[in-house]
Design a protein around this ligand. Structure first.
Ligand code: NAD
Length: 414
């Protein structure tokens, strides 16, 4: 059987939850389509004087709850379908966390590792100017995603501001603090992953202390998740990134690994036993955290997973076909729209701070992140307990019921 495209997979997850709650079929017709997808050409001068034309996208999936929000990704595998799926997941995530946002996603098809800093800057600025007609602090607010950083956000903010003629810090989140970025944003997604994992254990009256964890992807999400989970007493026994994978049965040195990635941009320069990159998924651990890219756990490898819990740090790492295998094998999956929502929670706080011009201390930001994550986990857990469904389905139900209520009040224009 050939697995479906990413957008089709995202729709399958929506249909499952819609069936469960007998969602109004007219509303489902609206929710299964993206509101808007913009495809742009991004021509730039390379350092060697030649011109190269990249292709970029911005998908705004649904804005019924507020301006759309979502990351910008630079990757060779970016496609329009991928943007639609990721924007749909952002929509459900923002609704689940009860943020006043809809969902969006953008990206440029490129290999950022093959571009110089100045080429990346020109590409970012031209991409921003091409999607400018649909950007705005009350329209659509980008953030970092795979291979984009606070540096990228600073260029987007500057380009938008220069074109408008005034400085507009609330146009992006995940920007440097000096430009109005929030304290605590950089680590928020990984911290959220740790909080949700801790809540899952707490709900079963178990402790995280001594649990063994494998993490695929050691970037912003994977690295910070490792840091906070090891602080909570868990052992990180295996990690991977695009360069390879490392394992140590009695626990890896997480601060050392983070330092190594900061210095060499890869985990394998750190001392330790190396294994095949994919093997990180199949280790005999309690928890597996996929924190790299989508489609990593699929119908051909799901049966090899030994962990009893998967916490989705990445967006869409598990295909619907794999979900069915994992469910049969009694492996719990904390879905992406809950597990990795810490980033957008603090992005929302960053937007609020930039709009008001009043900035918060880190402990205030962290307290709000903790409150939101714990509350959303409890809502999903309660849904999961009162119906015999997966945590993913429960999370979708909470999100979709919220959006359905918005449509009940707003009606359908015109
Ligand atoms: P990042 O660029 O900081 O890190 C990505 C990591 O994945 C890197 O370590 C990279 O080497 C690794 N990787 C790439 N391909 C791999 C492979 N085939 N096997 C193993 N490792 C591989 O990106 P990030 O911001 O940490 O995002 C990771 C995931 O989390 C993405 O799915 C993203 O959409 C999602 N996410 C990110 C945020 C955020 O705030 N950054 C928020 C929510 C969700």
């Amino acid at each position: 059987m050939i697995e479906d495209s990413l957008a089709k997979k995202a729709r399958k997850q929506l249909y499952k939850a819609a069936r469960e709650i007998k969602l109004d079929s007219d509303l489902l017709k609206i929710l299964e389509h993206p509101m808007r997808v913009l495809r742009v050409s991004v021509p730039i001068k390379l350092d060697n004087g030649k011109t190269k034309v990249f292709t970029g996208f911005r998908c705004q999936y649904n804005n019924s709850k507020g301006p759309t929000k979502g990351g910008v990704r630079y990757h060779p595998d970016v496609t329009e379908e991928e943007m639609v799926a990721l924007a749909a997941w952002m929509t459900w995530k923002c609704a689940l966390l009860d943020l006043p946002y809809g969902g969006a996603k953008g990206g440029v098809i490129c290999d950022p590792k093959k571009l110089s800093e100045s080429e990346l800057e020109r590409m970012t600025r031209r991409y921003t100017s091409e999607i400018m007609p649909i950007l705005g602090p009350h329209i659509d607010i980008p953030a970092p995603d795979v291979y984009t950083t606070s540096r990228t956000m600073a260029w987007i903010m500057d380009t938008f501001s220069m074109m408008k003629g005034y400085t507009e810090p609330s146009i992006v989140t995940g920007k440097p603090e000096i430009l109005g970025g929030s304290k605590g944003r950089k680590e928020a997604t990984g911290k959220g992953v740790a909080i949700i994992t801790r809540e899952f254990f707490k709900a079963q009256k178990k402790s995280l202390k001594g649990t063994r964890i494998a993490i695929q992807g050691f970037g912003n999400v994977g690295g910070h998740a490792a840091h906070f989970l090891s602080q909570m007493g868990a052992k990180i026994v295996a990690v991977s990134d695009v360069s390879g994978a490392l394992i140590r049965q009695d626990g890896l040195d997480v601060p050392g690994l983070i330092e190594c990635v900061e210095k060499h941009a890869c985990v394998i320069k750190h001392p330790g036993k190396q294994i095949d990159r994919e093997e990180v998924l199949y280790q005999d651990v309690d928890i597996l955290i996929p924190a790299a890219l989508e489609n990593q756990i699929h119908q051909k490898n799901a049966h090899k997973i030994k962990a009893k819990l998967i916490v989705e740090g990445a967006n869409g790492p598990t295909t619907p076909e794999a979900d069915e295998i994992l469910e049969k094998n009694k492996i719990s999956v904390i879905p992406d729209i809950l597990a990795n929502a810490g980033g957008v929670v603090v992005s929302h706080l960053e937007w609020v701070q930039a709009l008001s011009g009043l900035f918060w201390e880190e402990d205030q930001v962290n307290a709000e992140l903790e409150r939101k994550m714990v509350k959303s986990f409890a809502e999903v857990w309660k849904r999961n307990k009162t119906k015999n469904i997966t945590l993913r389905c429960a999370a979708y139900i909470v999100a979709i019921e919220r959006i359905a209520e918005v449509y009940r009040y707003r009606g359908l224009f015109p």
